[in-house]
Design a protein around this ligand. Structure first.
Ligand code: 16G
Length: 246
């Protein structure tokens, strides 16, 4: 494919499509190098600036990555997160990664008005607050901050979560099987502390998730999580359109 100078589509966007097709068609794999900016410019008759613009976009999208002094390479595909009530451990294992977590904080706090409303408990009631850095094959993936009413899981603070699934612990030790949930997801920018923990440059894009999980209609967990936007994308199937709904 060549760049069409008469097209209303900007040249850097045309080059983006060409490069993505080319990566797919030549079967370039993760960590394989793509031609240099100079080579691409010569090949497609484009200025170095236009080529750089395309590469910058593909790097920001997480499709390519640069290594200073070495070149530009094909990035790993993002993890497709489905909207289901799975635990981090189950999800990572199903994808062939080894999940783990690092405790950042464990404490019992009185519920603020907001948390109490979200968890459907009285303000001031004690809640377990659990902050964990979640890793897959040793790589930081997400920060998860869980809030769970103490009355539902007394003694949870004395149980180690190192290398252990919270959902599994709830089920095995408290007989709590989460059976429904709701989740909101929004785009965000990582603050400097979270960026350091996730190994990201400050100001990186993240996915902010708030999940309420229920068992028998009772809210068990309010989790506020920060997922790396360079490693995750959301995937959801769509309900069929009902005829006449327009
Ligand atoms: C998921 C949940 C999180 C829950 C965790 C339990 C989201 C956004 N969050 O990551 O709320 O605490 O699973 O994982 O999906 P675990 O059972 O592996 O500890």
């Amino acid at each position: 494919m060549a760049i069409d100078p008469t097209s209303p589509i900007p040249k850097y966007s045309q080059l983006r499509e060409i490069l993505l097709d080319w990566i797919e068609e030549t079967g370039l794999g993760v960590d394989d190098a793509i031609p240099s900016e100079r080579e691409l410019g010569a090949l497609y008759g484009l200025s170095r600036m236009t080529v750089r613009q395309t590469i910058d976009h593909l790097v920001a999208e997480g499709k390519l990555y640069r290594v200073p002094g070495k070149g530009t390479f094909v990035a790993r595909p993002k993890i497709e997160m489905s909207l289901a009530l799975t635990s981090f451990t189950e999800d990572m294992r199903a994808r062939g990664f080894t999940p783990d977590s690092q405790d950042l904080a464990r404490r019992i706090d009185p519920a603020s008005g907001h948390l109490a409303r979200m968890l459907d408990i009285e303000p001031g009631s004690p809640i377990h607050h659990i902050e964990r850095l979640r890793t897959a094959d040793g790589e930081p993936m997400a920060l998860e901050r869980s809030n769970i009413p103490l009355s539902l899981v007394p003694g949870l603070d004395e149980r180690s979560l190192a290398g252990r699934s919270l959902y599994q612990l709830l089920e095995e030790e408290y007989g709590i099987l989460l059976d429904s949930g709701e989740q909101t997801i929004e785009a965000g920018i990582c603050d400097p502390t979270d960026a350091r923990l996730l190994g990201l440059p400050p100001g990186s894009a993240v996915l902010l998730m708030q999940r309420r999980s229920f068992a028998n209609g009772r809210c068990v967990e309010l989790a506020i999580s920060t997922y790396r936007a360079d490693r995750y994308q959301l995937h959801s199937t769509l309900d069929p359109r009902r005829s006449g709904s327009a």
